[in-house]
Every structure is written in structure tokens, then in C-alpha cells.
Design a protein around this ligand. Structure first.
Ligand code: ADP
Ligand code: MG
Length: 199
């Protein structure tokens, strides 16, 4: 298909589609394997975010702006790339869907210091924020959106954030949100390797 397309932008989209199909197959295999162990390696969080950005822009090419506010000096995290792509994709897709495909999403990365994650104090961690200017999370859902099968959309399954939270905790990280009409911000914090304080 790629060879038959004449516009470079369209060719880029077919690449996105091919990469997504490969990633989903491998993720499925992992989910279906007993004890689905994540595959950890050193990775650049911005590569994860750039991938998510192109997937969501390919899905909703009109009306959606995805703004980047990256701290390019961040060190690499130790993580499972496919899991982290799925985490960010689920959050960014929710934001895009809540805005009905029209609005601005900001992807922000920062370093954070002295943070306690899963009862362990970490000297350094990476914070990824996904901010949208949509309607906000419906008030009656706010204290349960991470539970399975909780959805505010007629066609939703309510599994996106449950899976995101499960994957983030496999990275010893945390996921939280703040939401009001006009601004919803999800923050994923991932500890950096060897940043746990020794007793
Ligand atoms: N950025 C957001 N803005 C508004 N609502 C949101 C946002 N993110 C999540 N939600 C709400 O949380 C619900 C649960 O999300 P999720 O677990 O991904 O399940 P699903 O997308 O299948 O509904 C969504 O249906 C939506 O109502
Ligand atoms: Mg979802």
C-alpha cells in the first residue's frame, strides 16, 4: 500500500499503521502468556510520546493540536516500551475523545525530585503530564475512573485507565489526575533507575 501512495504524509501514516499492528500483536502475546512479564530496557520517554502523538493525529487528523513541552535533558527511564506506549495512548485518546477531536492536548515532561512512589522514596523521577482543554471528567465518575468497566462514553469499555494504572504500577510509578471544565491533567510519574534511597 505504501508504494502506491504518492504523498509523503500518507506514506508516513501507513508506517504508523504498520508499527501499531506490530506493537499490538506483541502486546497481545504478552497479555496472553501466563504471568505476562514486562520487558524492561532503557528508553527515551520522548520516543514513546512522539509515537503516541503520531498515532492519535493519524486517527483524528482534523481539529486536534498536540503541543509538546518536553524537557529534552531528561535521562532515560527503565521500562517496557510497549506498555508505556499503551499507557500514554490510553490517556491521550481519552483526552481526544472527550474533546470530540477538537482542541489542544499538551504533552509535558519534567524531572521531579524526592518523591515517594509505592512507599519508597526516590531521589529522581520523570513526570509526564497530558493536559487537555476539554470538558473535564464528569463529576460522578471522578472517584472511580480507574476501576474496570467505568466509562462515560456509550461506546466505551472502561478498561483504558485500568490497564494504564496496572502498567504504571508494574513500573513502580503512579498515575493521578486533576480535572475541571476546560482543563484536565493526567500525571504519570516513573522512577529513574537507581534513584531509590537506601535505608
Ligand atoms: N481527559 C478526559 N476528559 C474527560 N473525561 C475523561 C478523560 N479521561 C477519561 N475520562 C472519562 O473516564 C472514562 C474512563 O476512561 P477509560 O478507562 O479509558 O474507558 P473508556 O475510554 O473505554 O470509556 C471515560 O469514558 C471518560 O468519561
Ligand atoms: Mg479510554
Amino acid at each position: 500500500m505504501e508504494q502506491e501512495l504518492d504523498r509523503p504524509a500518507l506514506r508516513e501514516y501507513t508506517q504508523v499503521v504498520i508499527q501499531e499492528a506490530d506493537r499490538l500483536r506483541s502486546l497481545m502475546e504478552k497479555l496472553l502468556t501466563p504471568q505476562h512479564v514486562p520487558h524492561f530496557s532503557a528508553l527515551n520517554i520522548h520516543e514513546v510520546l512522539e509515537r503516541v502523538r503520531s498515532v492519535v493525529l493519524a486517527e483524528l487528523p482534523e481539529g486536534l493540536l498536540i503541543h509538546r513541552d518536553y524537557d529534552l535533558s531528561l535521562p532515560e527511564v527503565h521500562g517496557d516500551k510497549e506498555q508505556l506506549i499503551q499507557v500514554m495512548l490510553n490517556i491521550v485518546r481519552n483526552a481526544a475523545q472527550a474533546m470530540k477531536g477538537k482542541g489542544t492536548i499538551t504533552l509535558r515532561t519534567r524531572i521531579t525530585r524526592q518523591i515517594t512512589l509505592m512507599k519508597k522514596l526516590h531521589r529522581l523521577a520523570i513526570a509526564v503530564q497530558i493536559i487537555d482543554n476539554g470538558p473535564g471528567i464528569p463529576t460522578h465518575l471522578r472517584d472511580k475512573i480507574f476501576y474496570p468497566l467505568v466509562s462515560g462514553r456509550p461506546e466505551g469499555h472502561g478498561l483504558g485507565l485500568t490497564l494504564a494504572q496496572d502498567f504504571v504500577s508494574q513500573h513502580q510509578g503512579s498515575i493521578e489526575f486533576e480535572s475541571e471544565p476546560g482543563r484536565t491533567c493526567f500525571t504519570v510519574v516513573l522512577p529513574l533507575p537507581h534513584s531509590g534511597k537506601q535505608p
